[in-house]
Design a protein around this ligand. Structure first.
Ligand code: SF4
Length: 288
C-alpha cells in the first residue's frame, strides 16, 4: 500500500530504476529505500485518499525479480557508501540525515498481493545481509488484507528475522466507515482478525490516516469505535508498539477528500493515548 506521507515531493524514479527508489525521509531520520512490488498500480483496496497516480499506466507491469534485486543492491550500496549524496536532489540532504535507515516495501499497490511475496522478501534480506547492512530495517507498509495467506505469513516471518517492522493500516472503527474510506469487498472483520493474529506474533505499528470527507472530519463516535478496535486487538494479546496518525499530504484520488488541520490530528493522537494507553504520534499534512 502506498502510505505516501513518506514520499511527499520526492522523486518516484531513481535514474532509470523501475522498482527501487531512495526517499529522503525526515520521519525516519535518513534514507528509506522504497521497493515497489506493484508496478501495475493494481490494489485490492480503492481508498478514497489514495495518492497513487492511476491516471497514467506505468511502463512496467510485472516485477522482474533479477532487475529489482540488482537495483536494490546498487541503490543500497550507493546510500551506504554516501555516494548517493552526490547525486541529483540528494546533494541537498542535511548532514544529519545522510544515513540509510530502512528498506520500505510500499509502492503503487498492496505489496502482500504480490504472489511471490515470501521469495522476494527473502531475496531482499539476502542482499541486505550480503552488504553487511545488519542495522538497516525492513519495513512493510501494508493494508493487512492478506496476512491470513500462508506465503504472506512466511514473508512476515522472514521480516522478523531481518530487522523487520510491519506498519499495518487501520483507519476506521466501524464496517460502514471502513467501506466508505477503503472501498474494498474484503470484510473489516478480516482486517481486524489479520492485524490481531500478526500482532500476537510480533509488535506491529498501526498507521491511521484520517481526513475530511465532503468537509466533515470523522465524528466522535467513529473515533471512539476506532479506539475500541485498538483496545480489542491488545485485549486479544496483540502487541502494538506505536499508532501513527496522519492526514492527507498530496493530491488524493477523490476531490471530496481534504486534510485535517494539525490541531485535529493532535486531538486524535490525544484521544488514542487517553483511550488506549498506547504510544501515538502525529504526522501532519506536509510531514515527510
Ligand atoms: S491500500 Fe489504499 S492507499 Fe494503499 S495503494 Fe491501495 S488504494 Fe492506495
Amino acid at each position: 500500500m502506498a502510505l505516501t506521507p513518506l514520499h511527499v515531493e520526492h522523486p518516484r524514479r531513481f535514474e532509470e530504476n523501475r522498482f527501487v527508489y531512495p526517499v529522503l525521509s525526515r520521519r525516519s531520520g535518513g534514507i528509506s529505500m522504497g521497493v515497489n512490488l506493484n508496478p501495475d498500480k493494481v490494489c485490492n483496496f480503492d481508498c478514497i485518499y489514495c495518492q497513487v497516480d492511476r491516471r497514467t499506466q506505468s511502463e512496467t507491469r510485472f516485477v522482474e525479480i533479477d532487475r529489482l534485486l540488482a537495483e536494490l543492491e546498487e541503490a543500497l550500496a550507493l546510500a551506504a557508501s554516501g555516494q548517493l549524496f552526490t547525486i541529483g536532489p540528494f546533494r541537498a540532504t542535511p548532514p544529519a540525515l545522510r544515513r540509510l535507515n530502512d528498506i520500505a516495501f510500499s509502492g503503487d499497490g498492496e505489496p502482500t498481493t504480490y504472489r511471490n511475496f515470501d521469495e522476494i522478501i527473502a531475496a531482499c534480506a539476502a542482499v541486505k545481509r550480503r552488504l553487511g547492512l545488519d542495522a538497516v530495517k525492513m519495513v512493510l507498509i501494508t493494508n493487512a488484507s492478506m496476512f491470513h495467506r500462508p506465503h504472506v505469513q512466511r514473508g512476515l516471518a522472514i521480516l522478523d528475522e531481518n530487522q523487520g517492522e510491519i506498519w499495518a493500516k487501520l483507519e476506521a472503527g466501524t464496517e460502514d466507515y471502513f467501506r466508505q474510506i477503503d472501498r474494498t469487498p474484503i470484510p473489516f472483520r478480516q482486517i481486524l482478525d489479520n492485524i490481531t493474529a500478526a500482532a500476537r506474533v510480533r509488535p506491529l505499528v498501526i498507521q491511521s490516516l484520517f481526513m475530511r470527507v465532503n468537509g466533515e472530519p470523522p465524528d466522535a463516535a467513529e473515533l471512539n469505535a476506532y479506539c475500541d478496535r485498538l483496545n480489542e486487538i491488545v485485549a486479544a494479546g496483540g502487541q502494538l508498539q506505536l499508532v501513527q496518525v496522519y492526514t492527507v499530504a498530496r493530491q488524493p484520488a477523490e476531490s471530496f477528500v481534504t486534510p485535517l488541520a494539525d490541531s485535529e490530528v493532535d486531538a486524535i493522537v490525544d484521544l488514542v493515548r487517553r483511550r488506549t494507553g498506547l504510544p501515538a504520534k502525529a504526522y501532519y499534512g506536509a510531514s515527510a
